[in-house]
Design a protein around this ligand. Sequence first.
Ligand SMILES: [Zn+2]
Length: 199
Amino acid sequence: MEKAKEKGLGCSKNNFWVAIRNPIYCGLIFIPKYKEEESMLVKGQHEPLIPETLYYDVQDVLDGRKRILGTKVTADDNIPLRGFLICPKCGRMLTGSASKGRTQYYHYYHCSSACGVRYKAKEANDKMVEEIRKYVWPLSRLETCKDVITSTYKSKERGERDEQKDLKLQLQEVNSRIVKARELLVWRYRRRRLSCNQI
Ligand SMILES: [Zn+2]
């Protein structure tokens, strides 16, 4: 920080920490939640100062997901979504922490800015699990689904094999009719010639 100031950085420590969370530097703009639309990041028209990958690398370091030499990465089972939630009000990454109650710890996800966004970790975790469940089926249901697909495929294959057999038989029948028709034709032709010769 001191070195950065020497080089001309003109902002407070606090503002600096807020600023490096701003996705605008990698060309993205935060669009806050509006009516039914969820908040999102969109590509802006401006030229990014840093590549998107560097931005996310920095966020990972800030959130403690990326190991930097000397620092210890602590994963807390109570706040597994720390570093994955974006503040719906201001677009910063929510952080997580525990606060001690009278008898136990209470965990929260909260915004690092003054916007005041704060969620009870337990409720947020449950909501996320609920949301994920909408897209991921339970294993038993997946097994059933697999069985249905396999048996449908097999019966379809069997059906196609039967159809093929039917077609072969039909083809044979048509062929033998052609042979008979040809024989008949030859026989008639011969007979006509025979009768012509007799005249
Ligand atoms: Zn916020």
